[in-house]
Design a binder for this molecule. Structure first.
Ligand SMILES: [Zn+2]
Length: 336
């Protein structure tokens, strides 16, 4: 269960994997983009996924209609804004929204830096209108290769003040972390936090490399760390937390079912983790689903699930003062 006395956070949510079906329909209508259906019910099966389609790249292919409607920077701004409103409506107090500007810009030839600016603008407006906290994480899409990722990073660092961290996502097995050492030296030199998608489609070596070569402070997914006891000990000892997204892992068929998800065994060995939605617009879930349906189905105890909610605050890319302010605000708000 979600503990109402604690802040509810989602630290691993892709802004472009969280677009309302209604928004897809409206933007497609305005810009003459053809879709396979003209209402929410008809469009849902083309955007939503279940566990029947195996593999990370099949999952990424579901983004087709989501990026199709990112026709201009106004569309990007709208999507970013609605992400914050949707987070508020789910009961979230703090959300970290991540996006790859190159991926969002690519389909319609937008300027990646302008995409970043528009997303940051939408997130800030969303914060002002909803009163919840939101931060942005820039993603380097490793699938584009090292050279393009430098350009993608240029766009992110041009807006450095609006960002809290940089992430590496995409084809983990085909484009290992070691290809991006220089990129993440630039990220750390800019004073930004580092979180890396690792230990999802590839094994423990990918997690080790993300920590040792890129300076990852958190790991996106990371459940394959269970394959290396020394890594499990290291994560627990160093307090490197996992951003766990159980339903997303199920949907890319990285795990067979919730019961066989390694997060329970990782938690039992003292690894910190939080629960997150990843791409709620594709998985058709919200954060409550991860706490109240997915997490218990993995075998996590009620105490471990509450611990995850607490760890999320600890893992958040916020200063100690901001964390205290968030906890104070939640305690005050719930008391009203
Ligand atoms: Zn992700």
């Amino acid at each position: 269960m979600v503990d109402a006395s604690l802040p509810l956070c989602d630290l691993h949510r892709h802004l472009d994997g969280s677009i309302r079906l209604q928004t897809i329909l409206e933007l497609a209508g305005q810009h003459g983009i053809s879709l396979p259906a003209d209402d929410v019910e008809g469009l849902a099966p083309y955007v939503h996924i279940d566990s029947s389609e195996p593999g990370l790249m099949a999952f990424i292919a579901r983004f087709k209609y989501l990026v199709e409607i990112l026709i201009d920077t106004d569309a990007c701004r709208r999507v970013a804004y609605e992400n914050v409103v949707d987070a508020k409506n789910e009961g979230i107090d703090y959300v970290e929204l991540r996006f790859s500007p190159w991926f969002m810009a690519e389909r319609h030839g937008l300027d990646p830096q302008e995409v970043v600016e528009a997303c940051l603008d939408g997130i800030r407006s969303g914060e002002q209108d909803t009163g919840i906290r939101a931060n942005a994480i820039g993603i380097l899409s490793r699938t584009y290769g090292a050279e393009t990722c430098h350009q993608e990073l240029d766009a992110i660092l041009a807006c450095r003040d609006g960002m809290v961290a940089v992430d590496l996502a995409g084809d983990e097995a085909g484009y290992p972390a070691g290809m991006f050492v220089k990129h993440f030296r630039r990220v750390r030199d800019a004073g930004l936090h580092v979180t890396i998608h690792a230990g999802e489609a590839d094994g423990p070596a990918s997690v080790w490399s993300s920590i040792r070569e890129l300076g990852a402070e958190r790991i996106g997914h990371g459940f394959r760390s269970i394959e290396d006891p020394a890594l499990v000990d290291y994560l627990a000892g160093q307090g490197i937390g996992l951003e766990s997204c159980p339903t997303s892992n199920l949907h890319i068929s990285a795990v067979r079912d919730y019961a066989s998800h390694p997060i329970k065994r990782l938690a039992d060995q003292g690894v910190s983790f939080c629960l997150n939605t990843d791409d709620p617009g594709i998985s058709a879930i919200d954060i409550t689903h991860e706490y109240e349906t997915a997490a218990p189905a993995t075998g996590l105890t009620a105490a471990q699930i509450t611990g995850a909610q607490r760890d999320a605050v600890e893992m958040a890319f916020l200063s100690q003062d901001e964390k205290s302010a968030l906890q104070f605000k939640v305690a005050q708000g719930r008391a009203l």
